[in-house]
Design a protein around this ligand. Structure first.
Ligand code: FAD
Length: 436
């Protein structure tokens, strides 16, 4: 007779400690077999070859596998469609329940509804928990139950609701003896899922850089400095606990805590207004007469616009998968307002490149920059890339790092005149609003 077990399905929560769903699985009374599925539908969205994010996940799985192996357990890493893979696992083992953490993106919600129906048809329970955020979808809403649309009011309510209860960690380590004891099967190789090692897998550490965070408001806008946490990637894949980070933020810096709240604000917006994935939050902007010139978009992507701060940002992104937040705002504003390219083009480009890509944050910020989002920058605020560079990269340290040919004939002239572009943007936005 087979031993009855439960599965813990890792998704955006790739850690063995302080993990809500894993804790509930480990205390369920059944041995826990951990599982990860490389979802073919998601992998299909990446160009084959090397992808730093796939590599990051793979590295993380290898590290977790090592820990689980030392505990006498294993990690089942599958590759395919989640429903089929769960079907295989439930046929192979006597599975009493599947545990996981909530996932809030529209596609993930659809996938989980399908999985729940499938498991139910087999008489297997599907238990999911909040883990990725301190407060989810319906927890921070107005008195009448409707969602907030303005960040300041949302933050105030978020802070008011916060208590130790929401920040206590789940002591998963105490229950490690409840992992299913089995001979470990080596995990799938990157090549088996269609990717190769890039040979430069350097990712930022998972520890919060406390010294930097203490003075965050002084350094956060200077792209030449290491003045931010660089934890975006870890928050994206759950290799850090947001509860632990929030406890630290409360001790260290309210401004930085505000960034974690922005993250939850945009997740809440995506959940309550799912039309934002694909359409402007503010539908009045559906009538924008974007110019969408492909050759101009290409110059923006390659970092050859002739605006050094824009080009430095795009080159940093292309080379490393990271771009500083201030520069993200500048390049986004430039693409949308100076070139009148649909913000969705830039959103998609970032989605393909950013290590910390997160649908809610990326969409929310692109719409913020385009002026089409909730609580967005007003459309008539058009960043001047030169003024921004003078203010935030006064000695051109950041620019020189990424645009070494600046000042030589090899560097192109600005592809569009600022005053002309600003005026054109204002006219186009105004016309769109008049049509709405
Ligand atoms: P820190 O400054 O140390 O902030 C800590 C954490 O707070 C971040 O890791 C992130 O999880 C969260 N955070 C900070 N700022 C924001 C913000 N404005 N909105 C939502 N969460 C925030 N952030 C993403 O995580 N994923 C994205 O895909 C993404 N796309 C963006 C696109 C554009 C056009 C812009 C302007 C910003 C985008 N951001 C995105 C927000 C921000 O730029 C990054 O979170 C930040 O630069 C990551 O660096 P860090 O980890 O050092 O952040």
């Amino acid at each position: 007779m087979q031993v009855p077990i439960v599965l813990f399905w890792f998704r955006r929560d790739l850690r063995l400690s302080d993990n809500a769903g894993l804790y509930h699985a480990l205390t369920s009374g059944f041995p826990v077999l951990p599982v990860f599925i490389f979802d073919q539908d998601i992998l299909d969205q990446f160009p084959a070859g090397t992808d730093r994010r796939v590599e990051f996940i793979h590295n993380t799985l290898k590290a977790m596998f090592g820990v689980l192996q030392a505990l006498g357990s294993s990690l089942e890493v599958k590759h395919g469609k989640p429903l089929e893979m769960l079907g295989m696992l439930t046929a192979q083992y006597d599975v009493k329940a599947v545990y996981a953490n909530h996932d809030y993106e529209p596609e993930a919600i659809r996938r989980d509804e399908q999985v729940a129906r499938f498991l139910e048809s087999k008489g297997i329970a599907f238990h999911t928990y909040k883990d990725q955020v301190v407060f989810e979808k319906h927890e921070v809403v107005k008195d009448d139950g409707t969602p907030y649309r303005v960040f300041g009011a949302y933050r105030k309510r978020w802070m008011k609701k916060l208590s130790d209860f929401y920040l206590s960690s789940y002591p998963t380590e105490k229950y490690q003896h409840n992992f299913f004891q089995t001979s470990p099967i080596p995990i799938i190789r990157l090549e088996e899922i269609g990717f190769t090692q890039s040979g430069e897998p350097t990712f930022p550490p998972t520890e919060l850089p406390k010294t930097i965070i203490r003075t965050y408001e002084l350094t956060r806008d200077l792209p030449s400095l290491a003045g931010t946490s660089r934890l975006g990637l870890h928050l994206r894949f759950g290799t850090v606990s947001v509860r632990a980070l929030t406890r630290q933020a409360l001790q260290l810096n309210a401004v930085w805590l505000g960034e974690l709240i922005w993250r939850e604000f945009f997740m809440m917006i995506l959940f309550h207004f799912p039309h934002v994935s694909g359409r402007p939050y503010n539908l009045e902007y559906e009538h924008m007469a974007w110019l969408n010139q492909e050759d101009q978009f290409e110059r923006w992507c390659n970092g050859t616009t002739g605006y050094p701060i824009v080009d430095a940002g795009m080159r940093e992104l292309n080379a490393t998968g990271f771009m500083h937040n201030r520069v993200r705002m500048i390049v986004a504003s430039f693409m949308v307002k100076h070139l009148l390219i649909d913000y969705r083009w830039g959103e998609a480009y970032f989605a393909g490149k950013l290590l910390d890509y997160d649908m809610a944050a990326n969409n929310g910020n692109w719409q913020w920059c385009a002026g089409t989002g909730c609580d967005a920058a007003p459309y008539f605020r058009v960043f001047n890339p030169e003024t921004q560079a003078k203010k935030f990269d006064k000695h051109q340290e950041y620019i020189r790092k990424w645009v070494p040919e600046l000042g030589t004939p090899a560097y192109p002239a600005p592809m569009v005149d600022h005053a002309f572009a600003r005026d054109r943007a204002l006219r186009t936005y105004k016309a769109a609003l008049n049509k709405a």
